[in-house]
Unconditional design. Sequence first.
Lengths: 169, 213
Amino acid sequence: MKKKNMFVFCSLLVLSLFLGLIGSSKAEAASVKSKSTEKSFWWTVPNGGHSSARIKLEYRETYKLRRDKAAFTQRRCTACFRRAGATSLPKYSLGKVTHSSKKKLSPWRKGSDMYDPNVWNSVLSYENNTSVQYARKTKATGTVKALVTCRGGNVPTRAVSVTQRLNTK
Amino acid sequence: MKIKKAIICVACLIGICSISAIASEYSESESFDFSGWGQTLKNVAEKPSKSRSRTAADETLVQGKEVAISESDVDMGTQFYQAAGFTEEEAREQSVEYFKEYEAMYAEAIAKGYSATDEEIEGYLEEMKASIFSDTTDETTQAQYREMIGQFDSEEDYWNYEKEVYRKQLPIEKMVRDLEREYFGQESADEEGWDEYFENYKADLVRKQNYQN
């Protein structure tokens, strides 16, 4: 009887440990939140023509769930850019992601990108691996901004941004 | 104590001046008279000679080796910069510099064999029209373009005028597109580098023309 009880107890212990491992590895699997926007900008120029730009801004956060919190462990922002013009050419600058919580996200490094040169003239990405935790129902948001300017065009500077909520529930 | 107060006063004064300078520069660059510019384009479009491939000798303002900049083009450019808030004198200077670059780029594009057929120009303008008035372009820009185009008797008149503009602009754009593709094909290429490269490219072409007033 004792041996039987011991066997049942050990089996239950092993089973619970096993289920616990599965459970925790499920919680550790990475998930992604992403958002993007695509905008076109047009400028009139002095010879009567136009300059134009098209920008696709993507923002991606990778996170892992840990019980009632989410750990955001990596973020990436990418700008894909296409321009057209004669002498006044649009150009762009890409900012880094900021969180509304003002948590410091640093350092950033340039990402490597593959892109279709028939569609885009240039692509720029930044990546950061600072780990920040938020409650699953957080109201915190993340934002990335880009500026598109056309020196010599009317209304030279235009802005585009992407904001996403960082809640995971 | 007195020195501390003086330092605070000077710092506040500098702060106020900086904010005013930034605000005025921002407000100047953000305001553009689209209806005024539309009226200018309409006046240009209605002139008897719409061709810009040759400039009458009596209206040449600046002569280059291969190109000439006309008084009428500089006038048009002056009105553009005035619509952007520049004074007449500043606007005229900017206009002359703009057309020196534009004409030099056109001469280079033609020398390199770039051209544009009527079909290409029409197709290009159809795509442009579709893009300007699509969901990806913000409502403010769309409204501004409607304001500009609205100065013409009809939208068709505006796009017919643009066909004349793009006879010259499209060959230049094709050349610039190839230049950019070549530049970004290099491993070390980046946006800042491209900007510097392109500005130097244009400056070299302007120098090549050796413009004389």
